[in-house]
Write a protein that binds this ligand. Structure first.
Ligand code: SDX
Length: 431
């Protein structure tokens, strides 16, 4: 960040305080309040962090008004069109697109880390078969710190690199195992002859009883879903990973914390919640009823898969995802899937309703990813695990950046206290 030599003047009563202003390479200036409490004795107040920059970063930039998403400067639509997930992983982790040799080495290293320790299979058997796959993932990814002790020292750059590679490589295997366990089918080992997306589809959908051939259109759509979910600056789960790692916790524990946060329906759980909502709507003739509920201030119902904290324009990922959804639905057909028919009509009605335009509530990435995953045959319970495995590279990239930042210190927000002031204990006889 560049010190603009500009400053903001904060006046409190008779006193004025100069706060430095820094300028980014893109996006809004920031007012540096790090010394505010020490000099003025006041906190700033920003629940939900709508106006707060928690860190500086060079990985991802979002302009919500313009609908722009850049990964290391490259626009998401170009990456989704021309690149593929593992190359985007390299870019996010290292800051530059790889040469052919660098990419081949990276992909080989990831491929050779996709198996998990055989004893980890036992973890799954401790869960009920109907456990949500996200519960299993939080548990098993967190337990990786019990198996991969040789990559938990965050002060060792090589161990940080190994932990990052292991997580990118193994989280899809764990997600697929969580799915297989939930449907009572045997685990399918990763295959080194398949690309990352095909390998995931194979681990999810193949059975020992017959050959499973990955459709290249579905593999491309799967890879694109991974790419479009890879990173998204300081969203709730990434901020969780940063806050957890600020205490020095090991990378596997921090990523497990990120998975736990992503699970929420307001965040990564929205794709599952969106498909469940489409099921609840049931048929296109009930769409107006639900749109009316979404507009009703007295009704807590929200259209899941719509709206975004940052994008007050169309989410650029949704634009690409919509194109992918149309390709997959053309291939697989929606005639016999009422949820997909409702989705297409809901999108049409919402995009043409002045309320949603005025509130800037457009379909987000979760709306279209849910449709594609439903069409591919994933149960809704697997939607957020797929988001989690896609976002693992974003979490580990932001984690690596934070650990390497000399300004890195434990995150410890303050509060606006509205509770009781000092009072003495009252013996029970006198209450
Ligand atoms: C992701 O942060 C990220 O980058 C997240 C993510 C990523 O890649 O990491 O992009 C992934 O989480 C995408 C968002 C997925 N969530 C959903 O689809 C759940 C439904 N969406 C909403 O819950 C909501 O839009 C949020 C949580 C996404 C954003 O909420 P904000 O920014 O806090 O906005 P808000 O709640 O203040 O709402 C602003 C207004 C409100 O009306 P008023 O009080 O101003 O009258 O818009 C209304 C809200 O009632 N509103 C909606 C709505 N979302 C907001 N009304 C109906 N349906 C909705 N979905």
């Amino acid at each position: 960040m560049t010190d603009t030599k500009k400053s903001a003047t904060l006046t409190i009563g008779e006193d004025s305080y100069e706060l430095p202003i820094f300028s980014p390479t893109a996006g809004p200036d920031v007012v540096d309040i790090r010394k505010l409490y020490g000099t003025a004795g006041v906190f700033t107040y920003d629940p939900g962090f709508t106006s707060t920059a928690s860190c500086d970063s060079t990985i991802t930039f979002i302009d919500g008004d313009a609908g722009i998403l850049l990964h290391r400067g490259y626009p998401i639509d170009q990456l989704a069109e021309k690149s593929h997930y593992l190359e985007v992983c390299y870019l996010l982790m290292n800051g530059e697109l790889p040469s052919a040799a660098e990419l081949e080495d990276f992909e080989t290293r990831i491929t050779r880390h996709t198996m998990v320790h055989e004893q980890m299979h036992n973890f799954f058997r401790g869960f009920r078969r109907d456990a949500h796959p996200m519960a299993t993932m939080v548990g098993v990814v967190g337990a990786m710190s019990a198996f991969y002790h040789d990559s938990t020292d965050i002060n060792d750059e090589w161990q940080r690199e190994v932990a990052a590679m292991r997580l990118i490589a193994k989280v899809p295997t764990i997600a697929a195992m969580a799915y297989k366990y939930s449907i009572g089918q045997p685990f399918v080992y990763p295959r080194n002859d398949l690309d990352y997306a095909s390998n995931f589809l194979h681990m999810c959908f193949s059975v020992p009883a017959e050959e499973y051939h990955v459709d290249p259109i579905l593999a491309r759509a799967m890879d694109r879903i991974f790419t479009l979910h890879a990173d998204h600056e300081q969203n709730a789960s990434t901020s969780t990973v940063r806050l957890a790692s600020s205490s020095g916790a090991n990378p596997f524990a921090c990523i497990a914390a990120g998975i736990a946060c992503l699970w929420g329906p307001a965040h990564g759980g929205a794709n599952q919640a969106c498909l469940e909502m489409l099921g609840e709507i049931g048929s296109v003739d009930r769409i107006p009823e639900f749109i009316a509920r979404a507009k009703d201030k007295n009704d807590p119902f929200r259209l899941m898969g719509f709206g975004h904290r940052v994008y007050k324009n169309f989410d650029p990922r949704a634009t690409v995802m919509k194109k992918s959804a149309d390709e997959v639905l053309d291939l697989l057909g929606i005639e016999n899937n009422p949820k997909l028919q409702v989705a297409k009509e809901l999108e049409h009605q919402a995009l043409n309703d002045p309320y949603f335009a005025e509130k800037k509530l457009f379909p987000n990435v979760d709306f279209y990813s849910g449709i594609i995953l439903e069409a591919m045959g994933f149960p809704t319970s697997m939607f957020t695990p797929i988001f989690a495995l896609s976002r693992t590279v974003g979490w580990v990239s932001q984690w690596k950046e934070m650990i390497a930042d000399p300004q890195n210190k434990i995150g410890r927000p303050r509060q606006l206290y509205l509770g009781e002031t000092l009072r003495d204990y009252v013996d029970i006889e006198k209450r």
